[in-house]
Structure formats: C-alpha cells, structure tokens
Design a protein around this ligand. Structure first.
Ligand SMILES: [Zn+2]
Length: 183
C-alpha cells in the first residue's frame, strides 16, 4: 500500500491534468482556438508527472515533454513508444514575451493537439490506479471497486452534484468533468 501522501499527490496531479484537458475541450467547443495548445500541453505534462510521482521518479521543473517522456520511458518503454508524437505540444508551453511567441493554430493544429492530449490521458490512466474525477480519491484496489459507496458517501457531497447513476457511465468513459457543488 503506497503511503497516503503519494496517493494525495497522484489524485491532485490527475485532477489538474483533467482540468486542463476539460478547459481545452471547452475552449474548442466555444470556437476559441488560441489557448488550446497551451492547455493540451499542460494536460499532457501533468499526466506524465502523475505517472512519475506514482512510480517514485523525480522530475525537474520543466514543460519539456520529450524530457518527461524519457523519464517515463525508463520505467515503462511500452507506454512511451506510441506517445512520442506529443513532443510537438512542447512548443505551446513557451513563455510568452511578445505576441509573436504564441504559435498560431489552424483548426488542424487544434484537432491534432486535442487528440494527442486525449491519447496521453488514455495511455497513462491505463497504467495508474483509478482516481475519482471529482475529488481525486485514489482507488488503490481492484479497478473501480468501491466507487459507488464513495460517490454516495454523504460527507463528500458528490451526490449533490450528480447522481451516481448519471455519473458512473461518464466516469467509466473518462468523460466526467469535475464541477462545483451548486447548492
Ligand atoms: Zn470523489
């Protein structure tokens, strides 16, 4: 059983990674493109860092996806082999000093960035324990075992946000989007 601080850290990285991907999807759906690459890069970076945290690997403060992939590869070569294309996203992480530093994105670029970010999520989450997409709780047992009791626990209030019956298919599909309690 991993120590509690590692479980908390994993949950936090995953929630932040999910948030970035959800924001990217929201931006695209709204017809605004320019910040999509940034959020896709951020999301990919955080899923990789979540994986490294879980596998007790240290990593520098970096937005360089190639460097992060190299660190992940040292743990699991099979995981990174199909993910090499994502290094094109690193360009969107540049510190912006001049407007010209922001790479222009065509709709093809946006679609590509979105599909790369989704691919990282899918590949990495396959290798990690299940994480409640609302609160970051880590199910460190067998798959989603216990998610129903967790979701319905009164003290967590997840049921105030969405019923378990409604949330479960979304959670399973990796499509649940964290939201605030409307009460
Ligand atoms: Zn939860």
């Amino acid at each position: 059983m991993p120590d509690n601080s590692k479980m908390v850290a994993l949950g936090q990285w995953i929630l932040k990674a999910d948030d970035d991907l959800n924001v990217a999807e929201y931006i695209v759906a709204s017809g605004y493109y320019s910040a999509t690459g940034f959020h896709c890069q951020q999301s990919a970076e955080k899923y990789l860092k979540a994986y490294l945290v879980w596998n007790d690997r240290e990593f520098p403060k970096t937005h360089d996806l190639e460097l992060l992939l190299d660190l992940v590869e040292a743990v699991d070569r099979e995981l990174t082999a199909p993910l090499r294309d994502i290094i094109v996203l690193t360009v969107y992480s540049v510190e912006v000093r001049y407007p010209g530093d922001i790479p222009e994105m065509s709709s093809d670029d946006v679609n590509k960035a979105m599909s790369l970010a989704r691919m990282v999520k899918e590949a990495v989450m396959e290798k990690l324990p299940k994480v409640c997409p609302q609160c970051g709780h880590v199910f460190n047992g067998n798959g989603w075992d216990g998610i129903d009791a967790h979701w319905r626990a009164k003290n967590l209030g997840h049921e105030n946000i969405m019923s378990y019956e409604e949330a479960w298919p979304l959670i399973q599909a990796g499509k649940y989007k964290r939201r605030g309690d409307k009460k």
